[in-house]
Ligand binder design. Structure first.
Ligand code: G6P
Length: 611
């Protein structure tokens, strides 16, 4: 949540900040701002997106070789011009951009108010910048010391960059809980919430650790922690190209990412399935295989779409590895004092690797002795650094806020893990293991076939674009896909949608069905096929409109449903990877037809770094 970018060097900072903010907009987009340090600090900020900021700043000549920028997802204080970052302290000494939440801000604000500080905004950030100024002026210390002392008083999470009027050639950055990456150039440094604003200038980066403080000037970087102990900067090469974060010829990132799935899934299993398709090898979890083999229980924690992937994992692990699995919302798990034993394995799934609740759930389970495995997409993010072992999904950057290719890559990793563990534990026999691996490798070409139905699916979208509600039904492996389909529709088109296990329909949702209710039924050929056919009949008997996702050539459902969308035949354990695609496509088209902002839906953010 919230994107930060900063620059210090010889270049003009403004264009770097604006371009960087555009790349980080997926993290929040309710207001944006920049501050340039050039004979004083010049701040430009406004409600809306980065393009609104550009329009707002257009008239001014914005020069300066040092600057900070921010794109916001509101936590404290509604989105408006005043609450937008950067925030400047009362006496104008410091200007700050901040990502995270200062939990004890009310207490700090009270204390500062009693010392005569006044506040313009409703934000916790303005409290922090004034706290720093108060320490700086009262204790007569350097800006860096003032920042470190202030941060030692703060409870909460932050990624921040701050400038000081009296130390004009410097920026100070600090991180706890919210990511910050330093880009190392020739006589210049960049700072950003992720590497995407940095890659066109340098591929040398330093991922800041929690409690790190960096003091940057154009020719110097000092890294220490809040306690003032020197830290050794670990420079790494980033493996990310501009093409990967470019929208290309696609109208939206979401569409690009849907279409990337044959490649992204291929990238997920590349090098992990032997060429003869007889073995799976997940190098990242090899060290914890003994734990996995003996685990009495696997706990999967995640949020949002990643939680839906986790549910597919539950079905897979229980069926093929014969281990009991619990799938938990990270936010619930971390606060309910769960029973965790040292022989439990916890798998945390996260596209961003930064989700605050998932990260906190990991830390808690780790303290209680569980073995922690991460399944993440963003290399170098916080979650992979907290886990004992892990598997990167390698889906490439996902920029559309609604997750698509990250989901299918997460499911691919879980599928490989379940088969590999099943084989090791002896619960999956060799012949089936090989058949399943073979089927998995066919998924990319089968998705290519589904993508060819795009315009047919668009035609169906046209018929239902004005619906107020929608129901998604599935059984077994396809129940989590029903949940994911409903989430896709609601988050980007703002149509209320619910996913349900098909048999549960009779216990409530059936009451909602009438001639206006589109019901998406996941009805491919599997062991519940006959039952799902009956569920379709139950919907039709109440005049509901059925859009069924079926196995190609299915004549039975064609006669019952209003529309069928065919997917190639595949083993039921792998069917989520195929059946989710038409649901992504239909949500995309409905949202476009309704004029919604597909890549940046209202109120959402891609990386949820607050709880
Ligand atoms: C947000 C995003 C979702 C994502 C969820 C979990 O809600 O909008 O797309 O599924 O966070 O994020 P994670 O990065 O942990 O997978």
């Amino acid at each position: 949540m919230c994107g930060i970018v900063a620059y210090v060097g010889d270049k003009q900072a403004y264009p770097i900040l604006i371009k960087g903010l555009q790349r980080l907009e997926y993290r929040g987009y309710d207001s944006a701002g920049v501050a340039l340090i050039n004979n004083g600090t010049h701040t430009y900020k406004c409600m809306g997106k980065v393009k609104d900021l550009e329009a707002h700043a257009k008239e001014q000549s914005i020069e300066g070789h040092i600057g900070i920028g921010h794109t916001r997802w509101a936590t404290h204080g509604e989105p408006n011009n005043i609450n937008a970052h950067p925030h400047t302290s009362m006496k104008g000494k410091f200007t700050l951009v901040h990502n995270g939440i200062i939990e004890n801000y009310a207490h700090l604000k009270k204390e500062l108010t009693s010392r005569g500080f006044t506040f313009q905004s409703d934000t916790d950030t303005e409290v922090l910048v004034n706290l720093i100024e108060n320490i700086y002026l009262e204790q007569n210390v350097s800006a860096e010391i003032a920042v470190r002392v202030a941060l030692s008083k703060v409870i909460g999470a932050y990624g921040l960059v701050i400038s000081c009027e009296d130390e004009k050639d410097k920026l100070i950055a600090a991180r706890k809980g919210s990511p910050l990456v330093i880009g190392v150039g020739e006589s210049e440094y960049f700072l950003a919430s992720d590497a995407s604003p940095i890659i066109e200038y340098t591929d040398q980066v330093i991922y800041m650790n929690d409690e790190d403080v960096a003091i940057l000037s154009k020719d110097d970087l000092v890294l220490k922690n809040i306690q003032n102990d020197a830290q050794k900067p670990k420079i790494q090469k980033i493996d990310l190209s501009i093409d990967e974060i470019d929208k290309g010829d696609y109208e939206h990132y979401m569409l690009k990412e849907i279409y990337e799935q044959p490649h992204s899934i291929g990238d997920t299993f590349r090098g992990r399935i032997s060429i003869d398709k007889t073995k799976i090898f997940l190098g990242g979890i090899i060290d914890v295989m003994p734990k996995l083999n003996q685990a009495k229980r696997i706990i999967i924690v995640a949020c949002g779409t990643s939680w839906h992937a986790g549910m597919v994992g539950e079905y897979l692990f229980e069926e093929y590895a014969r281990v009991p699995v619990e799938v938990e919302y990270a936010s619930e798990f971390r606060y309910r004092n769960p029973v965790i034993n040292p022989d439990d394995v916890l798998i945390a799934i996260s596209q961003s690797g930064e989700t605050a609740d998932t990260l906190a759930a990991i830390k808690m389970a780790k303290e209680k002795g569980a073995t922690i495995i991460g399944i993440c997409n963003v290399v170098g993010s916080s979650i992979p650094r907290e886990t004992h072992a892990g598997v990167y999904t390698h889906a490439g950057p996902e920029i559309g806020v609604a997750s698509t290719k990250a989901f299918s890559s997460q499911v691919t990793v879980l599928t490989m893990m379940a088969f590999m563990i099943g084989r090791k534990r002896g619960s999956l026999y060799d012949e089936l293991y090989k058949q399943l691996i073979h089927e998995l490798t066919l998924i990319p070409e089968k998705i290519e076939i589904i993508l060819k139905s795009d315009s047919y699916i668009k035609g169906i979208a046209e018929l239902y674009k004005n619906a107020s509600n929608a129901l998604y039904l599935g059984r077994g492996y396809l129940f989590p896909v029903a949940l994911e389909g409903a989430l896709k529709l609601k988050e980007i088109s703002y149509i209320h949608a619910e996913g349900y296990p098909a048999a549960e329909m009779k216990h409530g949702p059936i009451a909602l069905i009438d001639e206006n209710m589109p019901v998406f039924v996941l009805a491919t050929k599997d062991k519940s096929y006959e039952k799902i056919v009956s569920n379709i009949q139950e919907v039709k008997a109440r005049n509901g409109k059925v859009i069924a996702i079926v196995t190609e050539g299915d004549e039975t459902i064609k006669k019952l449903a209003d529309h069928v969308i065919e997917v190639p035949d595949c083993h039921e354990a792998i069917a989520p990877l195929l059946t989710v695609v038409p649901l992504q496509i239909i949500s995309y088209h409905i949202a476009v037809m309704r004029g919604c902002d597909v890549d940046q839906p209202r109120n959402l953010a891609k990386s949820v770094t607050v709880e």
